[in-house]
Design a protein around this ligand. Sequence first.
Ligand code: SF4
Ligand code: SF4
Length: 296
Amino acid sequence: MSTFLGLPSAPPVLAPEKLSILYRGSLASCNYDCPYCPFAKRVDPPELLRQDRAALERFVDWAMATTDVRLSILFTPWGEGLTRSWYREAIVQLSHQPHLDRVAIQTNLAARVEWMADAAPTAALWATYHPGQVTLERFLARCRRLDDLGRRYSVGVVGLPEHHADALELRAALKPSVYLWVNAAEGYTYPAEEEARWTALDPRFGDSVRPHASLGKPCHAGETAISVIGDGTVRRCHFIDTPLGNLYDGSWRAALRPRACTNQICDCHIGYVHLKPLALYDVYGAGVLERIPADR
Ligand code: SF4
Ligand code: SF4
């Protein structure tokens, strides 16, 4: 291909067919006080909340207008998003877009879930039960309401020894079809018998219990999955800082290509689920973002 000056022109930038986006704005406040979390009981100043809302609304406008790509979106706020109306509204609005395959959010499920009745079935929740912050009864009431509404959700716990009895009770009370995942606690080493008892609850606990050596291995992140922050900066994932471009000037499109990981390890589910040698897309299928295995 050449221009009329005889110089080669840039190849056309093609849109990927499908793109998964992990979006994280500046919101970092949370109503809970989990001892293992830096965002516990953090309060965001009003100006930061205004910024977060404006950035999210801009992102939603972009996603609604980007109809040449099939999009799947997971909101991964630092803190709790669903206590803020703009996250609930974003999910409802996006769930009705025909070019969106999925819109999901990580949540502590503290807020009422009635608003999910207005969302299309493409909306899903990645819910975490935090024993000590909420009674099991109250948490289960939210789950049952989601069941009544016919909405997709996964439920998980952090695999600390003091959570095990609660996790057993939770498993027994959830519908068998609801997937209960267990995240290995950060900095905690699991003796074999402890790993086995968590694995009995979550057959995929082994994915979480040891970090994955990822350096040089091919990863969907940066090819068909990206991470976006409030100002539109696009990175391949939440764990590699190098920007690939910006969502709002279109520069992200030319940056997408097959890539190998440049980090030594990947130890967070929202990262390693994209690591190609683990083949976890085969395990989770269409439920990859909200962490629901395909056989559920
Ligand atoms: S609910 Fe989540 S964000 Fe809030 S304190 Fe607990 S771990 Fe942190
Ligand atoms: S393996 Fe993890 S850290 Fe490496 S590129 Fe993929 S998501 Fe990012």
